[in-house]
Design a protein around this ligand. Structure first.
Ligand code: GDP
Length: 283
């Protein structure tokens, strides 16, 4: 599923977010564990100020465990409560409720001091398109699934999912737009398939991915496609076309098809667990 943003989309998304955020105590921000920075929109820090914050490294199953750990530390250092999950399989979902309590500790404490006991924490899931918001909500709701009625102040049709007696989740996620004007962010989003492939020519995109993989994940291309990683990216692409019998009429190599195949293999985890972005001081 690809997404295209227009200024109208962004204005509407921001307005919805500003409205809904008033109703909640906790922002559950989903990021893609393979590109935790590129899949964020830092505007959420402004939109969600004064709210409790939780960062979910989603699709952790597609990323390298050592980098999941490193990113967890990175966000913890910045003061967020962090958890890594695979929403599709449900791995890590069980721990969410405890983590929510942790993220909301100050709020709960504040309530208690004011004599307010047992007021449920209200939460909203936010993130860029395709990061897994619906899958995550379904996975969480699957465990509880008792929907509460409409509440005053909530736009009609919006519902709260009661996760337990302490937590209620807005059933509609907030959509953030990515920082796609940053070239590197755009490239990372294109790699994972969240941007239209036309943004870059598909062969060029595949070559950039090959270059990255040769540098940071030495050996996986050689193993998967039986190619020589010492060659330049385009030669590697041709070698993949040859190895996978991607041929045009007249036996010419179909590098476009090979490019699609490589991107597809990567996106579906068939090249293994690959993190594209590493924590560093630049972020
Ligand atoms: P949304 O646009 O943020 O609501 O994203 P979706 O929930 O529609 O998910 C986008 C795609 O990512 C779907 O194909 C999901 O099956 C897939 N997906 C979501 N979470 C995970 C996860 O943790 N691991 C993997 N491997 N795939 C996931």
């Amino acid at each position: 599923m690809h997404f295209q943003w227009y200024p109208g989309h962004m204005t509407k998304a921001k307005r919805m977010m500003q409205e809904n955020i008033k109703l909640i105590d906790l922002v559950i921000e989903l990021v893609d564990a393979r590109i935790p920075v590129s899949s964020r929109n830092p505007d959420i820090d402004e939109l969600g100020r004064n709210k409790a914050r939780l960062i979910v490294l989603n699709k952790a199953d597609l990323a390298q465990e050592k980098y999941n750990e490193a990113w967890t530390e990175y966000f913890k250092d910045k003061g967020y409560v962090v958890v890594k999950v695979n929403s599709k399989k449900g791995t890590g979902i069980k721990s969410i409720q405890g983590v929510i309590q942790k993220a909301c500790k100050e709020k709960i404490e504040r309530d208690r001091k004011r004599g307010i006991l047992n007021r449920p924490v209200r939460a909203m899931v936010v993130g860029i398109p395709n990061v897994g918001k619906s899958t995550f909500i379904n996975s969480l709701a699957g465990k509880a699934c008792a929907k509460t009625g409409n509440k005053p102040g909530v736009t009609k049709g919006k519902q709260w999912i009661r996760l337990n007696k302490n937590v209620e989740l807005l059933d509609t996620p907030g959509i953030l737009w990515p920082k796609f004007e940053d070239q590197n962010v755009g490239l990372n989003l294109a790699f994972i398939g969240s941007m239209k492939d036309e943004i870059l020519q598909i062969e060029e995109l595949a070559c950039k991915l090959l270059t990255f993989l040769k540098q940071y994940y030495a050996g996986i291309l050689a193993e998967k496609y039986e190619i020589l990683e010492t060659e330049d990216a385009y030669t590697c692409l041709k070698a993949v076309a040859k190895q996978r019998h991607c041929l045009l009429q007249g036996n010419e190599l179909d590098t476009e098809k090979a490019a699609g195949l490589i991107l597809d293999d990567f996106r579906n985890g068939r090249l293994g667990k690959i993190t594209l972005e590493f924590p560093s001081n630049n972020h």
